[in-house]
Design a protein around this ligand. Structure first.
Ligand SMILES: Nc1ccn([C@@H]2O[C@H](COP(=O)(O)OP(=O)(O)OP(=O)(O)O)[C@@H](O)[C@H]2O)c(=O)n1
Ligand SMILES: C[C@](O)(CO)[C@H](O)COP(=O)(O)O
Length: 381
């Protein structure tokens, strides 16, 4: 994963008498704030500095590649992109001016790029009515607000799509616009209110307030249900839409089996997943736990993970109430966990599964996955 943080702007509108990225916010420069989240996801991190301040940036950001930017933001992105090693096939572009964009937002964008889009941008619904005007200030259009989003960074790209878009020699206020122009598919994921662009003095005050506001605790969504009910499909959709980390018992089960260390009672995959989930939640990352979760003991185990980390817990039972659909899925599905043997329909029916009073019951045979993800999202709000 390559991340380019563009920080070569002059900050004219902020008027601080120095490049905006070097302005301090609660004792650290904006570029240091921006790089904190970027470091968490980057294998290759490139910061683009004003040509006059490259050495200052290198001093501030040890172990980061610093290159000189250009006259326009597009030029600076191109300079940063050229410094990302070819091995990075996915590249994020982030504004240092959006210094407080959280890691969860980076992860949300990355998950959506992995889902297959050429470009992914975070966006928030707009609350004002937006009008298009001509050079005489005459209104030419009032687009339907429901179709509009205010776009943020980090923006994520398949590297080939970003390079092709930049090769056209056009300028744009964001890189996704270049991909759109080149005919690429750009997808919007939920933005984050913390990712404001610090442009004028008042934004610095807002940013200070954001830093002083405790961040909401991460969420632990515990899915459970019989094999073939649709848990993994729901979990993957939640990860793509909301940047959750997917902790999946099937994956650890097979890894332990491959290593010859799977215990007969098959407790180790659950214990291992709970330990991993605990670490992720403690690091501020929301988790969707994907397992059959069949007994009181496993459900209690997940509750303890939430209690230990202060995570918001949501227990969700996934069912497939249409027996024919369930049987068809169980007999035709192909797993993406190499080597994993899926249970047969007879084994699924005979599976020990204690009744569970989960917070939500989602039926994958009567609703679209996107709608089910929306139900989870609303419940967490
Ligand atoms: N030639 C440029 C112009 C902008 N940027 C970066 O692009 C991001 C978004 O730009 P903006 O917030 O408009 O910053 P400035 O260009 O510095 O602001 P101003 O227009 O007020 O001078 C910022 O992180 C900025 O450093 C850049 O790297 N190179
Ligand atoms: C990339 C961006 O932050 C998305 O909102 C924005 O377009 C940058 O614009 P600017 O004119 O360089 O501030």
């Amino acid at each position: 994963m390559g991340v380019v943080v563009v920080a070569a702007g002059l900050g004219t509108r902020l008027g601080a008498g120095m490049p905006k990225a070097l302005v301090a916010l609660r004792g650290r420069t904006l570029v240091e704030h921006a790089v904190t989240a970027a470091r968490d996801v980057a294998d290759h991190l490139v910061v683009v500095a004003p040509a006059t301040h490259v050495t200052r940036f290198e001093e501030l950001l040890p172990a980061v590649t610093v290159v000189a930017g250009g006259a326009e933001r597009t030029d600076s992105v191109a300079a940063g992109l050229a410094a990302v090693p070819a091995a990075a096939q996915v590249v994020l572009v982030h504004d240092a001016a959006r210094a407080l964009a959280p890691v969860a937002l980076f992860r949300r964008v990355i998950a959506a790029v992995a889902g297959g889009a050429d470009a992914v941008v975070p966006g928030l619904p707009v609350t004002d009515t937006i009008k298009a005007v001509d050079s005489d200030r005459v209104v030419t259009a009032t687009p339907d607000r429901a179709t509009l989003r205010a776009i943020q960074t980090p923006q994520g790209f398949r590297r080939a799509a970003l390079e092709a878009a930049h090769s056209g020699g056009h300028l744009a206020t964001d890189d996704a616009a270049l991909v759109e122009r080149a005919g690429g598919r750009v997808v919007v994921v939920d933005g984050d209110p913390s990712a404001i662009k610090i442009t004028v003095q008042a934004d610095l005050t807002t940013a200070e307030r954001l830093l002083d506001t405790p961040q909401p605790s991460p969420s632990l969504v515990v899915l459970g249900g019989l094999p073939g009910s649709g848990k993994t499909t729901v979990a993957q959709a939640l990860c793509a839409a909301r940047g959750f980390a997917h902790v999946r018992v099937d994956t650890l089960h097979q890894a332990l089996a491959d290593a010859g260390t799977l215990d007969a009672a098959e407790i180790a995959p659950y214990a291992g997943c709970m330990a991993i989930a605990r670490d992720l939640l403690a690091g501020g990352c929301s988790v969707v736990a994907d397992s059959v979760n069949p007994v009181v003991e496993s459900r209690d185990g997940w509750r303890q993970v939430a209690t230990a980390t202060g995570a918001r817990l949501l227990e969700v039972e996934v069912v497939c109430s249409d027996r024919d659909v369930h049987r068809r899925r169980a007999t035709t599905r192909v797993t993406d966990v190499p080597g994993l043997t899926k249970p047969t329909w007879d084994q699924i029916q005979a599976r020990h599964y204690q009744p569970w009073r989960a917070d939500l019951v989602l039926d994958t045979s009567t609703a679209e996955v996107a709608d089910l993800v929306d139900v989870i999202r609303r419940e967490l709000q």
